[in-house]
Structures are given as structure tokens and as C-alpha cells.
Design a binder for this molecule. Sequence first.
Ligand code: NAD
Length: 369
Amino acid sequence: MRETVHVPLPGRAYDVRIGPGLIDRAGAEITPLLARPKVAVITDDTVGTLHLGALEAGLKQAGVSMTALSLPPGEATKSWPHLMRCVDWLLDQKVERGDLVLAFGGGVIGDLVGFASAILRRGVRFVQVPTTLLAQVDSSVGGKTGINASQGKNLIGAFHQPVLVLADSDVLGTLTPRDFLAGYGEVVKYGLLGDADFFEWLEINGPALEQGDEVARVEAIRRSVQMKADIVVRDETEQGDRALLNLGHTFGHALEAATGYSDRLLHGEGVAIGCALAFELSARLGLCSQEDPSRVRTHLKAMGMKTDLHDISGSLPDASALLDLMGQDKKVVQGKLRFILARGIGEAFLTSEVPRDAVLGVLQDALRE
Ligand code: NAD
């Protein structure tokens, strides 16, 4: 049941291995890349407690030893103080240019450790061992690394591709249902942005996937990663097509900012709600049929996901304040908001020609409903 997606970036090509049991055979997987049989692993306390023993055993089987640093879980760890801690620790471990650093955790650890690897000795190689669904289908592939600033999310970082990604579907079994579903938000996004057949497949197989069907999980991860790989190879540094991966993110980031990047709204939850709003906006602008946004919402609801603004606990700012928050998004170019809209399911495109009033109207109605 193991699958491999190749990311054929010239000079920086790598494989994404997907399937059960990959942590148990981590040593065998990475040995061909090692200059010496020793790796430095950075994880978070939750993942470390649950799975670091298995990783250590899997490395040991191939004679690879490891040292590990564990950081507090949560978005706040993607910050200067923890970046400093990582870099200091890696230097203390005498990690050399030929060595490998392993990022063992969700998107927070992947982004942070990837960035630490990018700047350590002007770049050491690193392996992503993603442990959340979100990280397996999205953040571990494509080489975007970084930390948050007080001015906004992901504002400090670098492009630094991993040399290998090991997405072990077994580790998803310990995720909370909420974290699993947040990752599913990114999976749905792939169907919505570029593959109507995949969206239809998810409508049928989503519930089994959520219940733990491993074949369905591996297939969903493989298709998502393949789509991300194709886009990244076309446009590594987001000059064009890669922006499509931000479907749902302009709305989503504003909602994350409005909820203080807190537990009220996880990133993937914001993306799911954002996708529903992006389709609503597309329908109102006459770009797609009226049925499309309701089909999106029906699937998200059937999966038990946050779908509407009133699914977010507590109060939200008014529509114009939300619109202002969108203006702080990284995707603003020359002061113009850029949106990913859709001509139908699987047919997303980038535009900066969106009337402010139309966005305001969608938000006002969504807040009222
Ligand atoms: P996360 O890393 O915070 O993980 C979510 C929670 O799950 C954490 O509490 C973590 O400790 C726990 N966890 C991780 N694996 C587990 C497991 N197997 N079992 C039990 N618990 C586990 O969050 P995330 O959702 O993985 O990632 C979100 C981050 O990813 C955000 O910072 C976002 O900006 C970033 N991101 C980056 C990219 C990119 O291209 N680089 C793309 C999308 C998202």
C-alpha cells in the first residue's frame, strides 16, 4: 500500500513516500542519504511522547543513531525564540553540512525546522517526517519554511526543499478528530481548486477516510501530494500557479487573525470555511453556478467540519473589519486584494479584479446567517 510521489525540481528533486509503517523503516529510507549514521531530530512534546520511541527504533534498525530536541506544541512555537533554540541546539549537536536534520511533527515543526535548516551553515539538508494530515498533504511538500512575526503569519522564511518526505499514514491514528478534520480541509481544497473528480471521490470516500480506512487515507494523501508536486514544479516560488493553493486562504487568514490564531479556529478549519466563502463569492459574481457553493457546504457539513462563520465560537468583528484584516494578507499586491475564485468545482483561478463591495456583501450575509 506504499506509494511514492516524485517532486522533479531540477537539482533539488526528492521523493514523498506515503503509506503505513514508514516510521518503522525510517533508517532504511534515509540511510542512502546519510554521510554518517547519525541524525538530529526536532519534534514537539505531543508527537515526541507518542511516536519518538518508534522513530528511534526505526532508525536503530538500520544502525542510525539520533539525538532529539522537543519543543512545546502549538503555533506559538513558530517564532524567533524557538528558531534560535533550534539553531543553537543544532550547532551544539555539531550538525555539519553533510548531515540530515529530521522535522518530526505537524506543520509547525516542519515550517520551523525547515527554516532552521535553511539558515544553519547557509543550508543543511532536512527530511520532513510529517505527522498530521495537514502536514502530510500540504506543508511538508514544496519547500516553504518559516516562522510567524507579530505583524502576521509566515512573514519570515525561506524556500528550502526537503531531500525526502516520509508520510507515515499510521501516525494519523493518534490525531484528535478535530486535528484530523482540520487537515481534511486542505484535502478538500485540492479537489476544489483543480480536480473535480477528486472532489467527487471525496464526497463518496470522505466518511470512510475519516473513520480510519487506511487505503482511502493513502489514496487521498497521494492525490493531494501529486497535485501539490505538479503545481510546485510549475511554479516553485509562487510567481503564478502556486497561488492557486491559497484557495480559501484569503478569507481563512482573516478569520485566523480575527480569532487571534487561537484554539477557536485551526488553520485547516479556516481554510475550509474560506473555501465555502470563496465559492459563494464566485457564484455571486456569476463565475460559477449557484449549486457549487451549496455542494461545497454540504460536503463540509457531512464531514462534521466547521463550514459557516457561526461555527466559530465567540464573537467575530464586523464585515468591514474582516475585510481590513484581508488587506494585511501576504497576497496583497500593490494594495490590491488577490483572490482565488472558481468557475466551477475544480476550476480555480487567480484574480485581483474583485469588487470590494461584493466581498463585503458575502461577509455581511455570512455573519448574519
Ligand atoms: P501543528 O503542527 O500545530 O499540529 C497540530 C497539533 O497536532 C499539535 O498540537 C501537535 O502536537 C499535534 N500532533 C501532531 N502530530 C500528531 C499525531 N500524529 N498524533 C497526535 N497529535 C499530533 O499544526 P498543523 O495543522 O500540522 O500545521 C499547521 C501549520 O502548518 C501552520 O503554522 C501553517 O501555517 C503551516 N502550513 C505550512 C504550509 C507550507 O507550505 N509550509 C502549508 C500549510 C500550512
